[in-house]
Every structure is written in structure tokens, then in C-alpha cells.
Design a protein around this ligand. Structure first.
Ligand code: PLP
Length: 411
């Protein structure tokens, strides 16, 4: 007898994108120790937590230090005070309810978007946009819903909805039937958005085809366009077909603090193998209560503070700062004649490489000649080939310096 591994893990591509980016960057820095490298690759925030959040965080830590106010395990789904604030501020007009437990607070949208597939059968057909936030793909590979990755960079059995300049980054409906569709808007990595009408096409498809949409709105706070929905529940009928994921990571600088939430409406149903309807909400509740023990009390108090008047104003300032960077990147690269997407309702700017250059070649040029680190688009899926992602999370000063350096390059 020997221990058998989950062979699905062996199907995963071994080299993780950001590992390779870091390796090339480290190699360059070692050979050029004096180079002033500006990092615009990884999508991590750089501004500290805002004062209102820090204060609430500290107060809650004090409560934990006092026997009278100390708290042990909290509800696995999160405290009502935070769920109430979330609903009141983000979802009240859309019928999301505290009473029936539709909001599940967690320690990250990465975990939630990765774990959600567990409650669905292995024989579901999955569709993802291409390029894609790779967590959706890899977690389905790990679960065994795909075959091997082909030479085209696509996993067998997965449906890829191409997004590139040919379709103006609006995915077409799947040409073959699918059961579950992952959508992320504002999009990582392309920074593009869908209008209400464009999103409605997917909601209507899901209703007609008894499919479910897994809608990742981690970048909602950056939306700056009138006709772009802030939640999928703005679309009529979405409560019957969609789960929404949100996060405080990019909204309020919680990447290192960890707090997010998932909305699973009561109306959402799937089917058992006998064709009986099964509510999805209790399944996610069961999954979370079995495998997750809740987010720490101080973190939930800190997250709650993002909804105070003070907190909202302070967060807006930070978001505006990042979006000023995004504008600088977008405008500078456009002036250079490069084709640029994103950066309007997103901290990501998706740049088409000049002259059809390979994503990694363009990455190397920017690193070696401008000392600027981006992320090669090809790492996000085959349709990302020929693109590079830049992020607006550096300082304004560095962002301007990076654009200045890039403008001196000859492509
Ligand atoms: N979803 C998308 C599309 C992301 O880009 C990210 C982080 O980069 C996440 C989810 C992860 O969010 P969290 O920090 O809440 O795990």
C-alpha cells in the first residue's frame, strides 16, 4: 500500500506566473544592483489602512484584552453587525436579506471563489473568460473537472470565453452548453467592465439554460462609469442565478488584514442527480460551517468601519489616489500610440504589446530598458498573449517616473 496523491494537482502548470515574474526581476536586480526598479506588476495595494479602520481595529483588540468583553469563536458566517452594514450599504435595494442569511463573511474572495466549486457536481461544464483570474481555473483543475492542458494553453473540458480587442473585451455567450460561468467585473486582468445590458445577456442565458453565474466583484469600488452595474443583482432575475463575491482587499487595503464576503441568494437553486431542486444557500452554509471558523472579531470590526461616514470618506481618498495613477498610465501609454484598456473603472491597465510582440518579450524590454515590472498577459490565459498588465497601486511619483521612462523607449 502507498499513499496516492490527487493526480489532478499534477495537471496544474508548475510555474506560477508571479513566481516567474519575481525570478526575472531578482535576476535583473542581481546583475544591476543600482537599478531603481518600479514595480507595477502584482495587484497588491500599497496605502495603509485608513484611520477610521485602524481605530475600530484597535478598539476591538482592546475588547479582546478585557475579560468582560472578550469573545471566543464567532458565527462561522460572520457577525450580524458586519452583515448588516454590508447589506445596508451595498445591497439593500436588491433584496439581500440578513434574516435568511444570504451574506457569508470570510477571510478572502480568493478562498471563496476557489472553494465555491466544491458544492457543485464534478460533471458540471465550466466556462471562464480568457484571460482570467487563474484561481477559477486552477481550483476546477484540482477538483478534477478538466483534462490536461493542451498546447494551446487551454485545459481540456473547460470552456474559454475569449476577451480581446476583436470583441471589444465583451465575452460572447458560450457556443456549447455550460452550467457554471465565472465572470469578474471590473475585470482582473483586463480592467474592462460590462454595461448593465451586456451583463443582462449573461443573466438571461443563465436563466434560460439553468446555469449559475459566479460573479466576482472584488474591484467594485473602482467603478467610475454610469452604466456599469455595481452588483450583478442590479440585473433583474440575477438573484435566481448568481452568487456574488466581494472583498475588502482592494476596497479598503485589506490584502494583509483579510476580510471578504459572498452573497448567496435564497432563490438560487441547482439540481440533484434525480432532477430535484436543491437550494444552494444551505449548501454553502454547510460548507462554511464545516470547514471555516469565521473571521477574527477585530478584523470584522475594522471592516465595519469602512462603512462609517469617516471611513467612507477616507477610503474614497485612497481609491481616488490609485485612480489618478491609473489615469496617468492610461493617458501616457495612449499618447505613445499603444492600445490601452482598463484604468477607468479599475486599477488595472491592459496594454497591447507593440508590433504584436510576445507578452514576455515586452515584459523583458520594460524590465531591462525602463526598469519597470509589469505582468505578462499570457500568464492569465491564451487570449492574454500579446498584452501586459500594469497596476495603479504604486505611488504617483513612481508611476509618473515609470511612464517617463517608458516614453523614452523605442519599440
Ligand atoms: N478576485 C479577484 C478577481 C482578484 O483579483 C483578487 C486578488 O487579486 C481576489 C479575488 C482576491 O481577493 P482576496 O484578497 O479577498 O482574497
Amino acid at each position: 500500500m502507498v499513499v496516492k496523491i490527487n493526480e489532478n494537482y499534477l495537471k496544474l502548470k508548475s510555474s506560477y506566473l508571479f513566481v516567474e515574474v519575481a525570478r526575472r526581476e531578482a535576476e535583473f536586480v542581481e546583475a544591476n544592483p543600482d537599478a531603481d526598479v518600479i514595480k507595477m506588476g502584482i495587484g497588491d495595494v500599497t496605502k495603509p489602512l485608513v484611520p477610521a479602520v485602524v481605530e475600530a481595529f484597535q478598539n476591538a483588540v482592546e475588547e479582546m484584552a478585557d475579560a468582560d468583553t472578550f469573545r471566543g469563536y464567532g458565527p462561522e458566517q460572520g457577525y450580524d453587525f458586519l452583515a448588516e452594514a454590508i447589506i445596508k450599504n451595498d445591497f439593500e435595494p436588491y433584496g439581500v436579506s440578513l434574516d435568511v442569511g444570504e451574506v457569508f463573511i470570510s477571510d478572502g474572495a480568493k478562498c471563496d471563489t476557489g472553494n465555491i466549486q466544491e458544492i457543485f457536481g464534478l460533471d458540471n461544464k465550466i466556462a471562464v473568460t480568457d484571460p482570467v483570474y487563474t484561481v477559477y481555473v486552477d481550483t476546477n483543475v484540482m477538483a478534477g473537472r478538466t483534462g490536461e492542458m493542451g498546447d494551446d494553453g487551454m485545459y481540456e473540458g473547460l470552456t474559454y470565453l475569449k476577451c480581446n480587442s476583436e470583441n471589444d473585451f465583451v465575452p460572447e455567450l458560450p457556443s456549447e452548453p455550460v452550467d457554471i460561468i465565472y465572470l469578474c467585473y471590473p475585470n482582473n486582468p483586463t480592467g474592462t467592465t460590462l454595461t448593465k445590458d451586456q451583463l443582462k445577456v449573461f443573466v438571461d442565458y443563465a436563466k434560460e439554460n439553468k446555469a449559475i453565474i459566479l460573479f466576482d466583484a472584488a474591484y467594485e469600488v473602482f467603478i467610475n462609469e454610469e452604466n456599469v452595474p455595481h452588483t450583478i443583482y442590479e440585473i433583474e432575475g440575477a438573484r435566481e442565478v448568481a452568487i456574488e463575491f466581494r472583498s475588502f482587499s482592494k476596497t479598503a487595503g485589506f490584502t494583509g488584514t483579510r476580510c471578504a464576503y459572498t452573497v448567496v441568494p435564497k432563490e438560487l437553486i441547482a439540481w440533484d442527480s434525480q432532477g430535484n431542486e436543491v437550494e444552494v444557500n444551505p449548501l454553502w452554509n454547510r460548507r462554511q460551517t464545516t470547514k471555516f471558523n469565521g473571521v477574527s472579531y477585530p478584523v470584522q470590526r475594522a471592516a465595519e468601519a469602512t462603512y462609517s461616514e469617516e471611513g467612507k470618506a477616507q477610503i474614497k481618498e485612497v481609491v481616488d489616489y490609485y485612480m489618478e495613477n491609473a489615469k496617468v498610465i492610461r493617458e501616457s501609454l495612449t499618447d505613445l500610440g499603444l492600445e490601452v484598456r482598463g484604468g477607468i473603472s479599475s486599477p488595472y491597465i491592459w496594454v497591447k504589446t507593440p508590433n504584436g510582440m510576445d507578452s514576455w518579450d515586452f515584459f523583458d524590454i520594460l524590465l531591462k530598458e525602463a526598469n519597470v515590472v509589469g505582468t505578462p498577459g499570457s500568464g492569465f490565459g491564451p487570449s492574454g498573449q500579446g498584452y501586459l498588465r500594469l497596476t495603479a497601486f504604486n505611488t504617483l511619483e513612481n508611476t509618473k517616473e515609470a511612464m517617463d521612462r517608458i516614453s523614452k523607449l523605442e519599440f
